[in-house]
Structures are given as C-alpha cells and as structure tokens.
Ligand binder design. Structure first.
Ligand code: UDP
Ligand code: MG
Length: 324
C-alpha cells in the first residue's frame, strides 16, 4: 500500500566525518524493509573535518543520497532550509547525523503519519532529558518563556526531529525569512501535530556543536524572531515607571510643602538615574535587535550558499523550485 510513497530525510551534518557511513548503514537497514521509497539529503554545513569527502564517497558507493556542501558554516537552520528546498518526497523528515536519533524512531514516526490521515506532522520530544540539571532547567524555562511570548503554542521539549507531509514543507518554503527558528516556524504554521516520545541515544562520534552560550544566543534569537512582546514590555515598563514617578513627585511635594520634611537627595537620585538609565539602555538594545534584523532581512542575502553537490547515480535530482 505504501509502495509509491517517497520519504526524504534531511540530515544536517557539521563536522560529522565519522558518523556519515554509520548513519547511512543504520538508516538504510531500518528503511530497507519498509516498502517506502526513501532518499537522504545530507547538508554538509561548511565542515572542516573531511565530511564533504566522506559524503562524496558515500554518493559514489551507495544509492539514494544527495549531498550538498555549503561554502561555509551557515548553521543548522540554514541546513534545514536547504534540505527543504531539495526534498522531493511526499513525506519529509529531519534527523541528526550523529545517530542520537534512532532511525527506527524515524520510521515509527513516518508510519504514525501514514496511519493517521488527520495528522500532518509528527514531532519527537525527549521523554527524559539526559542533560545536566542546569541545562535541563534552562531549556524548560526557555520553553515556558517562549510559550508565553508566542501567539501559537510551542510543543514543549519538541526537537527538530520530526516528519511532516509535503503540504507542511511547501508552507514553510513560502517563508523565506533570514533569521530562521524552526521550533517557532513549525508551531506558527500550525497543522495537526502528533507528539512522539523518544529516548535520545549517545552521540556516536565527534562532539556536540552547542555550548551553553550558543544555546542562550539561540533562545534569545528565537524569542526576537517570533515575538514583538519584548517591545511592548518596554512601553508597559515606561508607562509604569512614569506613573510611579508621578506618584512619588506628589508625595515629595506634600512632604515638602505641608510637613516641611527635608527630602533625602543624593543617594535616591543616583539610584533612580542609574536604574532608569539601565532600563532605557536595555530596551534600546532590544529595539536595536529588531531594527538590525529588519536591516539584514531587507538586504535579502541568500540563507545559504551551496559550493558543491554530489548525488548517487540512482537519483535524478532537480532543484526543487516552488510549492504547487
Ligand atoms: N549541525 C549543523 N550545523 C551547525 C551545528 C550543528 O548542521 O552549525 C548539525 C550537527 O552535525 C548534527 C545536528 O545539527 O547533525 C545537531 O547538532 P549537535 O549534535 O551538535 O546538537 P545536540 O544533539 O548536541 O543538541
Ligand atoms: Mg547531537
């Protein structure tokens, strides 16, 4: 029944030289018995460790692979976008190259999608987090913050590990924004999403590319990309401070004129000036972030630059252009 259905999996790979072949073997072994047509779209995100050569070797020796190399490191979000631009499947998925996400889970997710006509997307979330307490706490706080900031709810703990129908991919392809934040994009486009609990495995080779600082930057960038509430917060804080200072002004006037109470000056003044100065600078910075993003978006630079592509002999790949 599924014989004609084609699945494209996007595999972002940044310095994953030792994972390329093991990942392919694990994936092809899992999908071999599935009756599905499949292809793997590796995106070499400007690796410097020979991933590109390995991918070339893979396309020469194995079927069903398209490998695209970026001219430099553009980040995982750009890699996902490049994958979407080139995926030809009826169902499209995103999976990491480091084998932390089991291909068997990927197949289960595809089957869940095929078994549920009402469902357009299956998103994997970590049933139990294996990270340290601090990281876990920060990620959970981020999701709560994100949830309160976004107009659409974000699926808690949902990763980029997901599969979805072509209609979802086409919708995302119609959103060529420069600062991409997939978690936000997936939630913003809507569609019926089914959660799928999975246990991440140990990384096979290499190291994680995400430091705590990078994650914080990513979180901040995500909020700015998907919400204008921080700007509104500036207005509300401004209004609140104005009201408070007006009340304080009245109190001081009454103290001075009616009760002749001396007004304690210097320390209060310095504290208030510093506080208000700090708040002003903070919100100037936040407003600057939005202006900066608008500036970059207006330049309309490409989200990624492709430097090379290799493909297995059995796949005929044309550049995927537009949604139909
Ligand atoms: N990745 C990428 N570009 C980057 C950073 C990461 O394509 O700039 C890929 C990486 O090769 C991996 C996936 O994104 O396949 C997830 O990265 P990683 O395993 O480092 O993240 P973690 O699993 O530790 O959150
Ligand atoms: Mg990983």
């Amino acid at each position: 029944m599924n014989s004609q259905i084609k699945v494209s999996f996007i595999v972002p790979a940044y310095n994953e030289v030792d994972n390329v072949f093991p990942f392919y073997e694990a994936f092809s072994k899992t999908f071999a018995d599935s009756n599905l047509l499949w292809e793997l779209i590796f995106i070499d995100d400007g690796s410097s460790d020979g991933t590109r050569g390995k991918l070339r070797e893979l396309t020469i020796n194995k079927p069903n692979v398209l490998a695209i190399s970026f001219s430099r490191n553009f980040g995982k979000e750009a890699a996902i976008w490049a994958g979407l631009n080139n995926a030809t499947g009826d169902i499209i998925g995103i999976i990491d190259a480091d084998l932390q996400q089991d291909p068997q889970d990927a197949l289960n997710m595809v089957n869940a999608l095929l078994d549920n006509d009402d469902c357009d997307m299956v998103a994997a979330f970590q049933a139990h987090r294996h990270e340290g307490r601090l990281l876990s706490f920060l990620k959970r706080s981020f999701y709560s913050l994100m949830d309160s900031m976004m107009e659409t709810p974000v699926l808690k703990d949902a990763s980029d590990f997901r599969v979805f129908r072509r209609c979802v991919a086409d919708t995302i392809l119609s959103m060529p924004e420069f600062h991409r934040f997939s978690k936000g994009i997936f939630s913003w486009v809507g569609f019926n999403t089914m959660p799928y609990a999975y246990e991440p495995l140990e990384r096979q080779h290499g190291v994680s590319k995400w430091s705590l600082f990078k994650l914080l930057q990513y979180a901040f960038s995500g909020i700015i990309s998907f919400s204008t509430k921080p700007l509104r917060a500036a207005s509300w804080l401004g209004i609140s401070l104005s009201i408070l200072s007006f009340i304080y002004f009245l109190v001081v006037m009454v103290q001075k004129t009616m009760f002749s109470i001396p007004i304690p000056g210097y320390a209060t003044l310095i504290c208030l000036i510093l506080l208000i100065g700090g708040v002003q600078l903070l919100f100037l910075g936040i407003a600057g972030e939005y202006i900066g993003r608008t500036y970059i978006q207006v330049k309309s630079r490409p989200i990624y630059i492709e430097s090379k592509r290799f493909q297995s002999q059995n796949i005929e790949h044309k550049h995927y252009q537009e949604c139909e």
